[in-house]
Design a protein around this ligand. Structure first.
Ligand SMILES: Nc1ncnc2c1ncn2[C@@H]1O[C@H](COP(=O)(O)OP(=O)(O)OP(=O)(O)O)[C@@H](O)[C@H]1O
Ligand SMILES: Nc1nc2c(c(=O)[nH]1)N=C(CO)CN2
Length: 506
């Protein structure tokens, strides 16, 4: 492989490659009538540049490009609608490949070995590179509905549900109930990590042992079948259990609606499948060609749409399928453990948001100005809310618990950050995804790694969460974690362990 063939990501890291060579078909491209009439062999080589780590970490096709599917698309362009120029064929292939999720850049070489050249020759090749800064000057190929079948049994797929596209409305934010500032009381604690297993809300709040794998089962369960335990809306102070059905097992075929569409959401995969596709790019930029739309998926804010007075962007797009979202909770004022419990119940009661599992509770030294220790937890959810709707929903929960923003990184009764929402990456004035500081915060990463040991944080600075947690600058500030914090009686403030409420400097 030549170094000049490499493509690098924004951090300067060389992207991985998937190469397909010698794809061939009889095509009818050319400027001469006989070429249009008789056809000839066209051959394509394609190099896809992408980051394959996440797919490899979870052994999950959903996070990479299916080369079989790609090969079909390329051959369909070669043998498809006739055009005059090889350049146009190459451009069309590039557009088609770039419209696939995860693809950062593509090299395309189209060979025309039987070209009408009047001297002896070996081959004629048009070779191009296209990426998200140099977009293809062609429309991607869109196969007719039903032409390509997808799904392999390991990754069951479901048909797109039109009804699933709009998220339920948010609940009205309830009236704020400010709490007086107090040091942090906590329930049963145990020494800092390792904490052996994840805690499922369903288990914890039904009084079961909170160290089972039920959280993971729930997180892996699908939207349509039966069998998995999950939480439903809860009255204040408790998160009752409900049922989230699972996707039927076995292979399933999905009709193509557009070439950019992700393999649909599967709950059978490993926990690293936490991030699922979010932005239906066709709906995001209905009038844009697909390469633009695909870019929208990566850079959410690029396509602002003015609707009346409101400027909308991709963060306002509800996902086509429920996606997994990770929320980080923190509190260091007032009855923090109670507040966090209530917050979990409030989140579970939010329409369009389902709480799947809750991490152990971590006691952490404050990062930032001098202030009492925090209690931190991470909540794994599944949501049909758009990223910005989710932000508003968590802010409504913050508000309900008297959240005020007086000091940057200062003490607070409740803070809830959206760490990730599906696979959405983007920056706007009010929302950045993934959360820009999550990758360096042990107070987020350690609880997250406990509840989902194989989680991977997407985006710049991302990677396996457990690894990031082990190297985060504030890792020594994570003092201990409590497994039974959702159910155990909260001790009185004077019964807290040593060091509680002390200010700490990282
Ligand atoms: N992923 C995100 N999750 C939550 N808020 C975000 C996110 N991205 C941007 N924001 C914006 O950040 C603003 C400030 O949030 P907040 O007051 O919670 O910050 P903070 O807790 O003091 O600091 P930090 O963001 O470092 O946790 C919010 O009003 C929100 O609009
Ligand atoms: N340990 C800890 N430190 C913090 C936290 C937090 O949740 N935990 N939140 C902050 C602002 O969101 C600032 N500093």
């Amino acid at each position: 492989m030549n170094a000049q063939d490499d493509v690098h990501d924004e951090g300067g890291r060389r992207l991985d490659q998937i190469r397909l060579t010698g794809l061939s078909a009889t095509g009818y491209h050319g400027v001469f009538a006989h070429e249009r009439r008789e056809g000839q062999t066209f051959v394509a080589d394609v190099v896809v540049h992408l980051d394959t780590r996440r797919a490899a970490a979870g052994d999950d096709l959903a996070h990479t490009v299916d080369y079989g599917e790609l090969a079909q698309l390329v051959v369909a362009v070669l043998g498809g609608e006739p055009v005059d120029l090889v350049e146009t064929v190459a451009e069309r292939i590039a557009a088609t490949v770039l419209a696939r999720p995860h693809v950062q850049a593509v090299d395309v070489a189209v060979h025309k070995p039987q070209a009408p050249i009047t001297v002896p020759f070996g081959d004629v090749v048009v070779a191009i590179r296209r990426d998200r800064t140099k977009l293809p000057a062609a429309e991607p190929y869109r196969p007719p509905t039903g032409q390509v079948r997808r799904g392999d049994g390991r990754h069951p797929v479901t048909a797109d549900q039109p009804g699933a596209r709009s998220a339920p409305p948010l609940a009205e934010p309830p009236a704020p109930t400010p709490e007086p500032a107090q040091p942090v009381p906590v329930a049963t604690a145990q020494a800092a990590p390792p904490v052996p297993a994840r805690v499922s809300v369903a288990d914890a709040l039904s009084g079961g042992v909170p160290t089972t794998d039920a959280g993971r089962r729930a997180h892996d369960a699908g939207p349509d079948g039966a069998g998995a335990v999950l939480v439903g809306p809860a009255p204040t102070g408790a998160v009752p259990t409900g049922v989230m059905p699972a996707v039927p097992a076995g292979p399933a075929a999905e009709a193509w609606s557009a070439p950019h569409e992700e393999p649909s959401y599967s709950y059978d995969g490993p926990p690293t499948e936490l991030m699922a596709p979010v932005v239906d790019v066709e709906r995001t930029a209905p009038t844009s060609p697909a390469p633009e739309a695909a870019r929208t998926e990566l850079m959410a804010p690029v396509t602002d749409v003015v609707e009346g007075e409101l400027v909308l962007d991709a963060f306002d797009e509800p996902p086509a399928h429920p996606v997994r979202a990770v929320l980080a909770l923190g509190a260091n004022l007032g009855p923090a453990q109670d507040t966090l419990r209530q917050a979990v119940a409030d989140l579970a009661a939010t329409p369009g948001l389902e709480v799947v599992a809750v991490s152990p509770l971590a006691r952490t030294a404050a990062v930032g100005p001098e202030q009492p220790d925090y209690l931190n937890a991470v909540v794994l959810t599944r949501t049909t809310l758009a990223p910005r709707e989710l932000l508003r929903a968590v802010q409504a929960v913050e508000l309900r618990h008297g959240r005020e923003r007086r000091e940057h990184w200062g003490p607070r009764t409740l803070d809830i950050d959206v760490v990730v929402h599906g696979e959405t990456l983007g920056v706007t004035d009010d929302l950045e995804l993934p959360h820009p500081r999550a990758h360096q915060r042990a107070f987020v990463l350690q609880p997250w790694a406990q509840v989902d040991p194989e989680a991977v944080l997407p985006g710049l600075g991302g990677g396996p969460v457990a690894l990031l947690a082990a190297t985060a600058p504030d890792r020594d500030g994570v003092r201990w974690m409590a497994l039974d914090w959702l159910t155990a009686p909260v001790p009185a403030a004077n019964a807290e362990p040593d060091g509680a409420g002390e200010a700490h400097h990282p």
